[in-house]
Design a protein around this ligand. Sequence first.
Ligand SMILES: [Mg+2]
Length: 195
Amino acid sequence: MAMAWLPREDQAARFAAEQPSTDARPAAFLDRDGVLNVDRGFTHRPDDLEFTPTAIEAVRMLNRAGYLVFVVSNQSGVARGYFGTEDVEAFHRTMAARLAEQGARIDAFFYCPYHPDGTVARFATEHEDRKPSPGMILQAMRDWPVLPARSVMIGDKASDVEAADRAGIHGIRIEANVCDLAAVVAGFLRQQPPC
Ligand SMILES: [Mg+2]
């Protein structure tokens, strides 16, 4: 099961309570390291959070277009003992706060702390959530009213695109750290009918 920094059920329930209708919406599944923030290798300290050049604008654009926005992130540093789940969750809280300051919102964060080569026994296993497996995307689609046919996963690795394929959604691979994410999102949205 993917882990979120707030119980996903709470986030989904809050979302449902805030929405005037339960109509399904398209979703953008965003990889984290290299896509939203500069990947420094097992990035986990809030002080190391540096957004990629147009990440905040990209998230805001997706919010305005009516997309649900999810982070789906492999965090094998937990299994490897480099940092704990509380560090991942603190990083996500910081990311959410920094985005909120600029009018951008991630609806939910999903991350996978597992890795088969881990040193922390609890997390040292292969797991259906670990990309290229599609577990986190499928979990989000169970918890939230997602329209898969108009959804997209954007990542910087082949495993991100494979996870998208296996979840049955469109996948886009971008260059890590330096990509103009807002331009990629704008290009994708131009090809979509309005919500
Ligand atoms: Mg990445």
